[in-house]
Design a protein around this ligand. Structure first.
Ligand SMILES: Nc1ncnc2c1ncn2[C@@H]1O[C@H](COP(=O)(O)OP(=O)(O)OP(=O)(O)O)[C@@H](O)[C@H]1O
Ligand SMILES: [Mg+2]
Length: 339
């Protein structure tokens, strides 16, 4: 029976849901958003919901993001979304009859209540045995660090709403913290900057595009001026502006400061010999936000430690979860479940 069960890894992020299936790899990579009708009925899920965003009557359909700061905030909608994507991930109806073993990552500061909500939602959505692992440990495995070695490794998971920072050694987390900063915090800073400086109102998507494609948090990383067109605060006139990336470095680096403080705090709580390993090896950056231009240099300058951006950083957590689950025998899984 154990061998017929599929291994599945789920990364339930504030901005996206990613699912890997054993022997198949990544099969789901979708925004974690659901369009819900006024009656409560689900209208569309994932990219289909995102495609209708802003195009429907807001009184009739609302966009629900069931995961906030990496924790389930709307249980019923989350169960719907996870169930839908698990069905998509396991297309074979025969395999669907046998509940899969599912592993997922939780943030370092997730409470026991939050952990139980995640487990319960996965179970209701069709998972069999459920395993939870701390996100930075998963990200360390997914970025190919040797987590079982006794030396210290510092991993930072830069997500959409939260940043996890942890020192990993001997298959375990030595010290960790979560900081309430993520890609969306930078999107908001972009919006605030335009509102304050130019009286321009930007939508979420425009702000995110500016952050991802045109600006930087460290000088000289991006220097190309870019054009932005949006409505004025008065709501009457569309207006155009040319912006220098340099002008936005200060407001964006202010937002990034708590990440440096979080890293310092974690290092303070780490034994000195592991800190010295980290100084030698550098900090591993994972998660989608690690692609923010200049953030690697900003973190390196702020901490005095080199940084490395993982390959495909947004997939480190789901890949690490998958690798770990696949490495466990059925006996090992039973042992973990019984603990
Ligand atoms: N090129 C880029 N430059 C800057 N930010 C980026 C880039 N690409 C993606 N991002 C940002 O990365 C964030 C998504 O990262 P990720 O998928 O790791 O988050 P998540 O797992 O959904 O969120 P969380 O872990 O906080 O729950 C978004 O805010 C997105 O805008
Ligand atoms: Mg994440």
């Amino acid at each position: 029976m154990g061998t017929l069960r599929q291994n599945i890894a789920v990364d339930l992020g504030s901005s996206g849901i990613r699912i890997c299936v054993e022997k198949k790899g990544l099969v789901i990579d979708e925004p974690s958003v659901v369009a819900v009708k006024r009656s409560g009925e689900v209208n569309a899920i994932g990219s289909m919901a995102r495609n209708i965003e802003g195009k429907t009557d807001e009184d009739d359909i609302t966009m629900v993001r069931p995961v906030k700061k990496g924790t389930i905030s709307d249980y019923t909608v989350a169960v719907n979304m996870i169930g839908y994507f698990l069905d998509e991930a396991i297309k074979n109806p025969v395999r669907r009859l046998i509940k899969p073993d599912v592993i997922t990552a939780v943030h370092c500061d997730t409470t026991n209540v939050g952990r139980r909500a995640t487990e319960r939602a996965l179970r209701e959505a069709g998972a069999g045995r459920i395993f939870l692992i701390e996100a930075p440990l998963a990200a360390a495995i997914g970025s190919n660090l040797d987590v079982s070695a006794p030396n210290g490794k510092l991993v930072v998971c830069l997500g959409a709403e939260i940043t996890d920072i942890a020192v990993v050694s001997y298959d375990d987390i030595v010290s960790a913290t979560s900081v309430n900063v993520g890609g969306r915090t930078f999107d908001e800073a972009v919006k605030t900057y335009f509102r304050r400086e130019y009286k321009m109102v930007l939508g979420d998507r425009t702000a995110e595009k500016i952050k991802n494609e045109f600006v930087c948090v460290y000088r000289d990383v991006r220097v190309q001026p870019f054009d932005v067109s949006a409505f004025e605060l008065s709501g009457r006139l569309p207006t155009d502006r040319q912006i220098q990336p340099e002008d936005m470095i200060k407001p964006l680096s202010d937002v990034a400061m708590p990440i440096i403080e979080g890293i310092s705090k974690v290092l303070e709580n780490t034994p000195p010999e592991l800190v010295s390993d980290i100084h030698q090896r550098g900090i591993m950056l994972t998660g989608g936000l690690s692609k923010l231009a200049g953030l690697d240099i900003f973190i390196s300058k702020g901490t005095g430690i080199d940084t490395v951006i993982a390959e495909k950083p947004e997939y480190c957590v789901v890949n690490g979860c998958m690798k770990l689950l696949n490495s466990w025998s059925n006996e090992r899984k039973n042992e973990i479940m019984n603990n």
